[in-house]
Design a protein around this ligand. Structure first.
Ligand code: PLI
Length: 461
């Protein structure tokens, strides 16, 4: 008997509970979309067949997590579930202080309130929309420094999430005194869920240390990032995911975390820091905004399932299944000639809206149009991460500054859908592609002042 390879590749779980979904008829989908002002956030989930709006807070919990719900200690101060969470996070990430919050945004709000002075710049590889909005809310200036390959959607690069080291060094050299911290987002959600290499993290650490600038992670998808390092980076193949996570985090001073992603929970987050002063300032703000240090806006049972989710997410079997499913959808689309960000990232497949609907100008939101059409075609809800989300008016000239990428994101909830669901999604996109010449653009009729994509109302051009 030779060394035969094990048969592998199926989901590393079996399904214990199901939630029915259904495809409402096409005429109703068209009506629902018009009633929602062509904004997918305004759709009712009962009218959605396959919901790829986000991978945030949409994971299926395991039996181990559900069992943990019953172990909630709802004491106002000192809940034992907080200490479990603290121990898991310290063991996983190695940071000294752990502050629970109810999701990623309050973590950003509190940490940034503690660190940013008006007028300061916060560089990063790719800030997410809420992150950039929170930096601006503290009167700071978010600065994205992606590598050039990140903007070339069809080109392969193993670590498109990397920060541009040359530009980072130049900025720190020029503005060092005006920079409270550097934020490394792993994986980069805005640019395709693309990972950051260990080498890039290490180099960013070297430069930020030279200028005495703390390095924080936006760690929402840290486990997916670690998986790509193991898969693609020289020297990590034989390291465990946990060891890779520990090494990544050893280059940072702390993190903000939306546990709604790689925490495998429906609600939860935290801040970590090694700096006692920062911990104290954040703790005071936490009590003001979220609650006591040992619950941070969550019930004890929520803290427990978060601790258990973090234990589970670093399983290599789970991550192999997870990344493979995202890749499967990407491959189905690429085989049909659909322009997507290549390679696929950790949590989603991103269609390049301008390449997909080249006859629709960016001012008429091709990626938003794709998202709207996909709902009407197949009942699939996706999300625009492009012009609607990121275009801004230049304060001086009043001109629109367009983001470099206009993307439709198909974010895959964790442990929720099967490959057959992915086939339906791919089929929906392919059908749109066949009739795309007849598709028209959209215009905005109303928008709120911040984070307009959540609520904006559109109509057909
Ligand atoms: O949705 P929150 O407040 O738990 O987390 C905010 C947040 C911070 N950083 C990153 C990288 C995110 O992706 C993020 C939230 N993302 C959402 C909601 C998404 O749909 O991608």
């Amino acid at each position: 008997m030779g060394q035969e390879k094990e048969i592998m590749g199926a989901e590393p779980f079996k399904i214990k509970m199901v939630e029915p979904i259904r495809l409402i008829p096409r005429v109703e989908r068209v009506k629902r979309m018009e009633e929602a002002y062509f904004n997918v956030f305004r759709l009712k989930p009962d009218d959605v067949y396959i919901d790829l709006l986000t991978d945030s807070g949409t994971s299926a919990m395991s039996d181990y997590q559900w069992a943990g719900l019953m172990m909630g200690d709802e004491s106002y101060a000192g809940s034992r579930n907080f200490y479990h969470l603290e121990q898991v996070v310290q063991d996983l990430m190695g940071f000294r202080y752990v502050i629970p919050t109810h999701q990623g945004r309050p973590a950003e709000n509190i940490l940034f309130s503690a660190l940013i002075q008006p007028g300061q710049m916060v560089p990063g590889n790719a800030h997410f929309d809420t992150t950039a909005a929170h930096i601006r809310h503290k009167k700071g200036i978010p600065v994205n420094l992606p590598i050039p390959e990140a903007l070339r959607t069809g080109e392969f690069h193993p670590f498109k999430g990397n920060v541009n080291i040359g530009e980072l060094e130049a900025l720190l050299n020029q503005e060092g005194k005006n920079i409270p911290f550097f934020l490394m987002t792993i994986t980069n959600n805005t640019g395709g869920g693309q990972p950051v290499s260990m080498e890039n993290i290490r180099k960013a650490r070297e430069i930020t240390s030279k200028y005495r600038i703390p390095l924080y992670f936006d760690a929402a998808r840290f486990a997916e990032n670690a998986y790509f390092i193991k898969e693609r980076e020289e020297g990590y193949r034989d390291r465990s995911i946990k060891a890779i996570v520990k090494e990544m985090m050893s280059h940072g001073d702390g993190c903000v975390m939306s546990a709604k992603k790689d925490g495998l929970v429906n609600m939860g987050g935290f801040i970590c820091t090694n700096d006692e002063g920062v911990y104290q300032r954040c703790g005071e703000l936490l009590i003001l905004m979220e609650g006591f240090l040992t619950y941070g806006g969550l019930s004890g049972r929520d803290l427990e399932v978060m601790a258990r989710g973090l234990e589970e997410v670093v399983s290599e079997d789970y991550l192999t299944y997870r990344i493979r499913q995202v890749r499967y959808l990407g491959e189905r689309l690429m085989d049909a000639g659909i322009p997507i960000i290549h390679p696929t990232g950790g949590h989603a497949v991103y269609i390049d809206g301008r390449a997909f609907l080249p006859h629709i100008p960016q001012s008429q939101f091709p990626a938003q149009v794709t998202s709207v059409e996909l709902y009407m075609e197949a009942g699939v809800r996706s999300l625009e991460i492009g012009t609607v989300a990121f275009a801004r008016k230049d304060e001086k000239t009043g001109e629109t500054i367009y983001p470099p990428l206009d993307l439709t994101r198909l974010a895959i909830p964790r442990r929720v859908y099967t490959d057959r669901h992915m086939d339906v999604v791919a089929e929906g996109v392919i059908r749109i592609s066949k009739r795309k010449e007849s598709i028209r653009g959209l215009k905005i009729n109303w928008e709120p002042k911040v984070l307009r994509h959540f609520l904006a109302k559109f109509s057909r051009v």
